[in-house]
Design a protein around this ligand. Structure first.
Ligand code: AP5
Length: 209
């Protein structure tokens, strides 16, 4: 069973590709962002702690996130999984044993495109399904394709928060990506995330298989 790390800036298409890959490869999707959003949606203690950081574009406390990921991976035992949004800084990356990882995929997208993608994103809170008003519109305006429930704009997709998230990405997460890239590991691939989502998907599959 394949184990994948999917990295990239906010809006690079991690969630979009993760959903397609996990379906195709029958592996579990572990998205730290989605776990935290569901916790916020259900108003749990984790959700209340995460909300302050997420709404201000900052990272949630490392210990909380590392414990969360360890627990998820432990529960999955030997099954395949895709980590979406983890690791996000050097400390988080040090908690992972890369010997157990088969592929590290980096979606490279410039900031101007990220801003357009994030400001046009629409989200279905119950399922986590992702749309875009221009690039991936729902069948009916403002409604989820499956449930026909209303789509929302994520609180952290407001322009001022997007800009803060991009700063955090360039200050912390990019270091992790540079470190993986400089290791020249055959497990690492940098993919042009500006392309069409199906083209990106096929490139990732070709790399993994
Ligand atoms: P998280 O949910 O992980 O957010 P993110 O990394 O900022 O990524 P996004 O979900 O915004 O974007 P994406 O790359 O998944 O893109 P998507 O596929 O949606 O984290 C949220 C917050 O949680 C963080 O800010 C932090 O506070 C906290 N957090 C999470 N993980 C953490 C960690 N490890 N440590 C600490 N804190 C953590 O696509 C975006 C849009 O573009 C969509 O509308 C989509 O339809 C469209 N699109 C996708 N692909 C394409 C394409 N190829 N062409 C055109 N449009 C496309």
């Amino acid at each position: 069973m394949v184990k994948i790390i999917l990295l990239g800036p906010p809006g690079s298409g991690k969630g979009t590709q993760a959903a397609m890959l996990c379906k195709k490869l029958s592996i579990s999707h572990i998205s730290t962002g989605e776990i935290l959003r569901q916790a916020m949606f259900n108003n749990t203690e984790l959700g209340r702690i995460a909300k302050q950081a997420i709404d201000s574009g900052q990272l949630v406390n490392d210990k909380i996130i590392i414990d969360l990921i360890k627990e998820k991976i432990y529960q999955l035992n030997e099954a395949g999984y895709l980590l979406d949004g983890f690791p996000r800084n050097i400390l988080q990356s040090q908690s992972l044993d890369l010997n157990f990882i088969d592929a590290i995929i980096y979606l490279d997208v410039p900031d101007n495109i990220l801003i357009e993608r994030l400001s046009g994103r629409r989200y279905h809170p119950n399922s986590g399904r992702i749309y875009h008003i221009k690039y991936n519109p729902p069948q009916e305006l403002g409604l989820d394709d499956i449930t026909k429930e209303p789509l929302v704009i994520r609180d952290d997709d407001q322009l001022d928060v997007i800009q803060k998230r991009l700063i955090v990405y360039h200050q912390s997460t990019k270091d992790v990506i540079n470190w993986y890239e400089s290791s020249q590991s055959k497990k690492f691939i940098k993919i042009d995330g500006k392309n069409d989502k199906n083209e990106i998907f096929n490139q990732i599959l070709n790399f993994i298989m």
